[in-house]
Design a protein around this ligand. Sequence first.
Ligand code: MG
Length: 265
Amino acid sequence: MEMQLAHAVATDVGRVRDQNEDAWLAVPAGRLFAVADGMGGHAAGEVASRLAVETLADALEGAPPVDPDSAGSELGRAVLEAGRRIHEQAERVPERRGMGTTVTALRFLEGGQALLVHVGDSRAYRLRDGGLRRLTRDHTWVQEQLDRGLISEAGARRHPASSVLTRALGTEPRVEPDLVEVDWRPGDVFLLCSDGLTGPVEEGDIARALRDSPDPESAAAELVRLANQGGGPDNVTAVVVRVATEPTSEAAGPRPARGGSAAQA
Ligand code: MG
C-alpha cells in the first residue's frame, strides 16, 4: 500500500510567553515529523529544541526507511545523538547550563507501520474513525502519580506540577527515549503537539478540531486558536499529518521544512 501523506504545521508563542521555544520538523520525503519543546533560561530552550530537530533531520533526512527494525534503531540512535549534543553544549556554555527539550518524532514505514520515539511531555495522537487515541505516555511527575492511582485524569491536567518532567533530552549525558510501534491506515490523522496545546485544551476538543477540519492546515490552525482561546499559557505547536485515502496532488509537496519559531514557520 503506497502511502500519501498531507501535513501542516502551526506554531505560536501563546499569550503569556515572549519567546517561542518550541521547534518542529516536517520531512515528507523521509516520512518524518517531529515536535520539540525546549526549556532553559536565556533562550537556551530554543537552542535545545532546535538542536533536537536538526539532529534528527541530519540523521534521517535521506531515503525513507525500509524495515521496522533498522528504522527503530536509526530513530533511537538519532535521539541519543541529539541528547548528547544538547548536553555537551549545556556543559560547555554557561548560559545554557541545564537546558533540555522534549522530543516526539513519528516516522511512517510501508505496510501500515509507523514508529514513534518520545522523551518528555510532548504528545502524539491518532484520530481513527472519529476516535482520538493518545500514543505516548508523558514523562512527568504527574503521570507517575496518575499511574499509582494517587490523582485523577482531570486532576492531572490542572495540576500545578503538570510541567515537571521526569525525563528530558540533554539534561543528562544519556537519556533513553521510549520507542513505540504504531499502525496507520488510510484516513488516519496523526497529531504531534507540545504541552501548550494539551494543557489548556481538553482531548475531546482536540478530537473535534481534527474531525471537523477539512484539511491539515485548518486543523493545525484551529488547534492553535483553541490553545490561545484557553489562555495561551505556553508556546503551542501542532503538526498534523493525514494519511490520504487516495493519491492527491499534495503527494509531491509541500517541501521539506523545519522551524524553531513562529517567524521561521
Ligand atoms: Mg511547553
